[in-house]
Write a protein that binds this ligand. Structure first.
Ligand SMILES: Nc1nc2c(c(=O)[nH]1)N[C@H]1C(S)=C(S)[C@@H](COP(=O)(O)OP(=O)(O)OC[C@H]3O[C@@H](n4cnc5c(=O)[nH]c(N)nc54)[C@H](O)[C@@H]3O)O[C@H]1N2
Ligand SMILES: Nc1nc2c(c(=O)[nH]1)N[C@H]1C(S)=C(S)[C@@H](COP(=O)(O)OP(=O)(O)OC[C@H]3O[C@@H](n4cnc5c(=O)[nH]c(N)nc54)[C@H](O)[C@@H]3O)O[C@H]1N2
Ligand code: SF4
Ligand SMILES: [Mo]
Length: 738
C-alpha cells in the first residue's frame, strides 16, 4: 500500500462506491462514484445545491483518474535541463537541502508558499501551518486572491463577516426579484440555473448585469449591458432612484445600519442619466431595475467575478451592498446580498490560514489574541509565528528579485496561465532558485518547476469542502491513489518531518541538517508538542480526520468557527453550515437575521465613488478586453483541456467580437486575431457574435501558450483586496496577416 493510500482509505466504507462531490466549482454538486472494475462511473446525487443535476464537467470528472498523462512519479529538473523521473526520497532531499540553504542564506521569508481554493479544508489548514511553523515564513498566499477577495473584503467591512451566501441557495428560487451582477451561472454553475427557472416559473423577475448576452442573460427578464468597469456607477444610480422614489427602508436603516448619510449624499449626485452616459445602460432600465428590487417582498442581489475582478472591485461590491442595505434586504429571510464563490473550496480555502494575513478560523494574523490561541494549538510560542505576508500577485511579482523569495512551493494553482500579466509572472517563476509544484498533471507551472510532486486526486482522498453557501461537506474517497502517488497531506507531513520547525532550527543557531529523520521515511508520526511537532493530535499526521480535529480546535472562537462540525454530523445531514461552535448546538444556515457580526451588531454603509478603470481606451489601444469562462473548460484548463469530451466542446481559445467591429477590422469568422495591450499579446481565432458590445472584446482564460488571455490582462490591483483587474483593460485588435 502506498503512503497516500493509507491516508485516503477510511475504515468501514465500501470501497466500490462513494457518495462524494464534484471536484470543480463551488456548487459542489453531489455525485456517486462507482468503480465497476476498470471504469469509474459518475452518477448525479440529489443534494440541496444541485438537486440531481450535473454539468458536463462533473459528468466527465472521473476521466482524469486513469488518464495517460497522470503524474505517477516525482520529477526532478536534471542538470541538462529536462524533467526526469525520480524517487520520493530524491525529491524530498532536493527540496529539504535547497530550502535549508536558501533560508540560511536569505532568511525564512525567502521560501514562499502558494495555495489554492480547490484544496480541502484540511489541506488549506495544513498548508498554512506548514508555512508558519515548519518553514517559519510569512510568505504564503493563494489563488483565492484572484477570485473573490473583493467580495470578501466588502462583506467584512459591511457585515463584519465574509460568508459568500449568508443564506441557503434554495432562497434564490423563492425570491421575487434576483439581480445578478457580473455572474454567468448558466455556464459557470449550470445546475444553479434550475433555481433561476424556478424563480421565473413562480412569476419572479431575473435581472442580469453583464457586458455580454450570456446564457444567463438569455434567461433574464431584463438585461443591463454596461461597459466593463462601470458597475459602481450603475449601483449608485440604482440607489439614487430608490432615494427619489422613496423606496428606502428607513426603519431598517435606522435600526440595523450605520453611515447612511454619507452614502445618500454620494447617491444624490448619481442621476440615472449620468450613469447611462458612463455605462450605456438606459435610464429606463435603471429605473425598472430599482423598482423590481424595491417594490417586492423578497429581493436578492448577487455579485460574481464580473463586478469584483477590478481595481475598484471592493468599492463596486460595496455599492451593491449599500443598495441592498438601503432596501432593507440583508438579514431579512428570503432576501439578501451574497457573492457567488467560485472554486470548489473557495469558501473554506479562505478561512483556514493560507491567506497572507490570516490564521485558521478566519482570524487575523496580527491580532495578539488570535496568535496566542493558534500558537497554543500548534504547540509553539506566539512570537515564533511570522506576521502577515503580501498578497498573491505581489508575492508572485517579487519572486526571484533581490528582495523577494528564492523558492516557491505551489499546491493547487497554475499561475503561469491564470495570473494577470502572466508573461512577467512566468519570468519571475523561472528566476527562482527552487520551484516545487504538487499536481496530478503537468500544468504549465509544473512544466517549469525544479521538482514536481505527483499528488492524489479528489476521488482518492477524504476531507471536507465548504461550498458557496458556507455548508461544510464531505469529500469521500472511492479508491486509493495509484502506486507512486501521495496525498497532499502526506507530502506536507513528510516535508515537515525532514524540515524540523523553523523556530527549533533557529534556536539551535542554524539549519538542522544533522540529526533529521531519513528522507522519504514515510509517515513520521512524532510525539510531543514542543517546537511545533506535527501533528498536535497524536497519530498519523496525514490522516485528514486528525487534521480536521486540529482545525476544529484552531478555529474555535474565530469568526469561521468549525468547533462543532464533525464528519459524523456532516454525514448525518446534508452538511453543516458554519459558524457552528458547539457539537450539540445549532449550525447557521441563515445569518444576520438578528444582528450583523460587527461589534455593535449594525451593518456599515460605505461611501463609495465611481472611478475609471485603471486603464482606459486611447488611440493606440481603442477597445476594452474583458475575460472570463466557458462552460466546458475549468480555470487554467490543466484538468479540463485533457478531457476528450470537453476538448470537443471547447477546443481552443477565441476572441469574441461584435459584427460591427469585425466589419470595421475586416475580420471574418475564424480569422486569426492578435489582441495587444501594454503588457503583451494573445493570438486566437475570431468568434463573431452580436452578444457582445461593439466597443469590447471577450476572451476566455483557460489556455496557455499563444492564446493565453493573461498575456494581455492588467495587473492593476484593488487597494484593499489586492485583487487584479482581470475584467477590463485597453487593447488593440488586428487580423494576423497570413
Ligand atoms: N465552466 C466553468 N465554471 C466555473 C469556472 C470555470 O473556470 N469554468 N470557475 C469557477 C470559479 S473559480 C469562479 S470564480 C466562478 C466565476 O463565475 P462567474 O463570475 O459567473 O464567471 P466569469 O465568466 O469570470 O464572469 C462572469 C461574467 O462577468 C462578465 N463581465 C465581464 N466584465 C464585467 C464588468 O465589468 N461588469 C459586469 N457586470 N460583468 C462583467 C463576463 O462577461 C462574464 O459573463 O466560476 C466557477 N465555475
Ligand atoms: N484573465 C483571467 N484570469 C483569471 C480569472 C479571470 O476571470 N480572468 N479568474 C481568476 C480566478 S477567479 C481563479 S479562481 C484563478 C484560478 O486559476 P488557478 O489558480 O490556476 O486554478 P486552477 O486552474 O484550478 O489550478 C489548479 C491546479 O492545481 C491542480 N490541482 C487541482 N486540485 C488539486 C489538489 O487538490 N492538490 C494539488 N496539489 N493540485 C491540485 C490542477 O491540476 C491545476 O493544475 O484564475 C484567475 N485568473
Ligand atoms: S456545476 Fe460545478 S460542481 Fe456542479 S458538476 Fe459542474 S463543475 Fe461540478
Ligand atoms: Mo475563481
Amino acid at each position: 500500500m502506498t503512503d497516500g493510500a493509507r491516508a485516503a482509505t477510511s475504515p468501514g466504507r465500501t470501497p466500490r462506491e462513494a457518495a462524494t462531490h464534484c471536484p470543480y466549482c463551488a456548487l459542489q454538486c453531489g455525485m456517486v462514484l462507482r468503480d465497476t472494475g476498470g471504469r469509474i462511473e459518475v452518477r448525479p446525487r440529489d443534494f440541496p445545491t444541485n438537486r440531481g443535476g450535473l454539468c458536463q464537467k462533473g459528468w466527465t470528472a472521473a476521466d482524469l483518474l486513469d488518464h495517460p498523462e497522470r503524474l505517477t512519479t516525482p520529477l526532478l529538473r536534471a542538470p541538462t535541463g529536462e524533467l526526469r523521473p525520480a524517487s520520493w526520497a530524491e525529491a524530498y532531499h532536493r527540496i529539504a537541502s535547497r530550502v535549508r540553504d536558501i533560508q540560511t542564506a536569505y532568511g525564512r521569508d525567502a521560501v514562499a508558499v502558494f495555495g489554492g481554493g480547490g484544496l480541502t479544508n484540511e489541506k488549506a489548514y495544513a498548508l498554512g501551518r506548514f508555512a508558519r511553523v515548519t518553514l517559519g515564513t510569512r510568505n504564503i498566499d493563494y489563488n483565492g486572491r484572484f477570485c473573490m477577495s473583493s467580495a470578501a473584503a466588502a462583506g467584512l467591512r459591511a457585515f463584519g463577516l465574509d460568508r459568500g451566501l449568508p443564506f441557503p441557495l434554495a432562497d434564490l428560487g423563492r425570491a421575487d426579484t434576483l439581480l445578478l451582477v457580473g455572474a454567468n451561472p448558466a455556464e459557470t454553475m449550470p445546475p444553479l440555473a434550475r433555481y433561476l427557472t424556478e424563480l421565473r416559473d413562480r412569476g419572479g423577475k431575473l435581472i442580469v448585469v453583464d457586458p455580454r448576452v450570456t446564457a444567463t442573460a438569455r434567461l433574464a427578464d431584463l438585461h443591463l449591458q454596461p461597459l466593463p468597469g462601470t458597475d459602481l456607477a450603475v449601483a449608485n444610480a440604482l440607489l439614487h432612484v430608490a432615494l427619489t422614489e422613496g423606496w428606502v427602508d428607513r426603519e431598517y436603516v435606522a435600526a440595523r445600519t450605520e453611515g447612511f448619510d454619507a452614502v445618500r449624499r454620494i447617491a444624490a449626485s448619481w442621476w440615472p442619466a449620468r450613469a447611462e452616459r458612463l455605462s450605456g445602460v438606459p435610464v429606463a432600465d435603471l429605473e425598472a431595475t430599482a423598482r423590481a428590487l424595491a417594490t417586492v417582498d423578497n429581493a436578492i442581489i448577487l455579485t460574481a467575478r464580473g463586478a469584483e475582478q477590478h481595481a475598484k472591485g471592493v468599492d463596486t461590491v460595496s455599492a451593491f451592498v449599500n443598495l441592498a442595505l438601503a432596501l432593507g434586504l440583508p438579514g431579512r429571510p428570503g432576501s439578501g446580498y451574497g457573492c457567488l464563490t467560485g472554486q470548489g473550496n473557495g469558501q473554506g480555502g479562505r478561512e483556514h490560514g493560507q491567506k497572507a494575513d490570516q490564521l485558521p478560523g478566519y482570524r487575523k494574523i496580527d491580532d495578539p489574541a488570535a496568535r496566542e490561541h493558534v500558537a497554543a494549538v500548534w504547540g509553539v510560542r506566539p512570537e515564533d509565528l511570522p506576521g502577515p505576508g503580501v498578497s498573491a500577485y505581489e508575492l508572485l511579482d517579487s519572486l526571484g528579485t533581490p528582495a523577494g523569495p528564492k523558492a516557491l512551493l505551489v499546491f493547487g494553482s497554475n499561475p503561469v496561465v491564470s495570473a494577470p500579466r502572466a508573461a512577467r509572472i512566468e519570468g519571475r517563476l523561472r528566476d527562482l532558485d527552487l520551484l516545487v509544484v504538487a499536481d496530478f498533471l503537468l500544468s504549465e507551472t509544473a512544466a517549469i518547476a525544479d521538482v514536481v510532486l505527483p499528488t492524489a486526486q479528489w476521488a482518492e482522498e477524504d476531507g471536507t469542502m465548504t461550498n458557496l453557501e458556507g455548508r461544510v461537506l464531505r469529500r469521500r474517497a472511492l479508491r486509493e491513489p495509484p502506486p507512486g502517488v501521495r496525498t497532499d497531506l502526506r507530502v506536507l507531513a513528510d516535508l515537515a518531518a525532514v524540515l524540523p520547525p523553523a523556530a527549533r532550527r533557529a534556536a539551535r543557531g542554524g539549519p538542522a541538517a544533522e540529526g533529521g529523520p531519513a528522507f522519504g521515511s514515510g509517515p513520521a508520526s512524532r510525539g510531543g508538542t514542543t517546537g511545533g511537532t506535527w501533528p498536535v493530535v497524536a497519530g498519523d499526521p496525514a490522516d485528514p480526520r486528525l487534521v480536521f480535529a486540529e482545525l476544529r480546535r484552531a478555529s474555535a472562537g474565530g469568526p469561521a468557527d468549525y468547533a462543532g462540525v464533525t464528519w459524523e454530523r456532516i454525514d448525518a445531514a446534508d452538511g453543516v453550515f458554519w459558524p457552528c461552535p458547539d457539537e450539540g448546538g445549532p449550525d447557521s444556515p441563515r445569518m444576520f437575521t438578528e444582528r450583523f457580526a460587527t461589534p455593535d451588531g449594525r451593518a456599515r454603509f460605505q461611501p463609495v465613488e465611481h472611478r475609471p478603470a485603471a486603464e482606459e481606451v486611447c488611440a493606440e489601444y481603442p477597445l476594452y478586453l474583458t475575460t472570463g469562462r466557458v462552460l466546458a473548460q475549468y480555470q487554467s484548463g490543466t484538468q479540463t483541456r485533457r478531457v476528450a469530451a470537453l476538448r470537443r466542446a471547447a477546443p481552443e481559445p477565441f476572441v469574441e467580437l461584435h459584427p460591427e467591429l469585425a466589419a470595421r477590422l475586416d475580420v471574418a469568422e475564424g480569422d486569426e486575431l492578435r489582441v495587444t495591450s501594454r503588457r503583451g499579446e494573445l493570438r486566437a481565432p475570431a468568434r463573431i457574435s452580436a452578444a457582445i458590445r461593439p466597443d469590447t472584446v471577450f476572451a476566455p482564460f483557460h489556455w496557455g501558450g499563444a492564446g493565453r488571455a493573461n498575456s494581455v490582462t492588467n495587473d492593476a490591483l484593488d487597494p484593499v483586496s489586492r485583487m487584479p483587474e482581470f475584467k477590463v483593460c485597453a487593447v488593440r485588435v488586428e487580423k494576423v496577416a497570413r
